[in-house]
Design a protein around this ligand. Structure first.
Ligand code: ADP
Ligand code: MG
Length: 237
């Protein structure tokens, strides 16, 4: 579904993403972990077209999409959330999801019906009329996921959607991500909570200082010395 080859992003003097290559199969849940500043969000921006790579290429469903705009990629079925949740604060929860639904639905009534179903699914039906500015952090995160789902993605990129949530809210979010995946949407998520990563117990990719340092099954990757060092900030030679 997704094939990234030698992707690199340089900002002035800094190589934020350095020669990263990996592929994702349809139906997978892949967690991306790594210390702050490792290049995880930059990698997502390269995949969604919010940033263009300095070198390297991205293929999606067999199609070379390097250079495509974010909107064109969304139309091809790539959905995303942002690390800093960016709901349209003055709009209601329902209207926020409508923005996503309009990507494929032209008629207001159809888009509204679709948006409401999705809000219901993420547990926000009773908050539909509330301005996004009045939602809690946990509700805003679910709203972001709802808006991404409304664009009918085949692949969804979730950037730290569980950060700052309490254990009950994390549990809700984990269940939601599972349901999304069970509906056939491939999930790529940036996640700091290793308990969450383990609970999905699938594939984990580790970035450290822009480089991919591990890619494999959660159990073995999380036991890897280089990964532990990257996390603990142990001295490197
Ligand atoms: P992560 O999401 O893993 O915490 P980021 O991808 O946000 O890391 O950042 C990786 C590195 O790139 C950091 O050093 C960050 O300061 C830098 N960076 C990110 N975006 C920009 C930008 N637009 N301009 C310059 N430097 C950036
Ligand atoms: Mg980030």
């Amino acid at each position: 579904m997704l094939e990234i080859a030698g992707i690199t992003k340089k900002f002035a003097g800094l190589t934020a993403v350095n020669q990263v290559s990996f592929a994702v199969d349809a139906g997978e849940i892949v967690s991306i972990i790594g210390p702050n500043g490792a290049g995880k969000s930059t990698l997502f921006n390269l995949l969604t077209g919010n940033l263009q790579p300095t070198i390297g290429s991205v293929r999606y469903c067999g199609k070379p999409i390097t250079g495509y705009s974010p909107e064109r990629r969304a139309r091809l079925g790539m959905g995303r959330t942002f690390q800093i949740a960016k709901p349209l604060l003055a709009l209601s929860a329902l209207e926020n999801v409508l923005v996503g639904a309009f990507l494929h639905q032209r008629r207001l009534a159809d888009a509204e019906a679709a948006a409401f179903d999705i809000l219901d699914d993420v547990g926000l039906a009773d908050r539909a009329a509330i301005p996004a500015s009045e939602l809690t952090l946990s509700e805003r995160r679910r709203l972001e996921i709802a808006r991404a789902i409304a664009t009918r993605p085949n692949l969804i990129l979730l950037d730290e959607v569980m950060a700052g949530l309490n254990p009950t809210e994390v549990h809700l979010a984990v269940e939601l991500v599972r349901r999304v995946n069970q509906r056939g949407i491939t999930v790529l998520l940036i996640e700091h909570n290793l308990k969450v990563v383990r609970s999905f117990s699938r594939r984990v990719i580790v970035l450290d200082r822009g480089k991919l340092i591990a890619d494999g099954q959660a159990e073995s990757v999380l036991a890897d010395t280089a990964v532990i060092e990257a996390y603990l900030g142990a001295r490197r030679s």
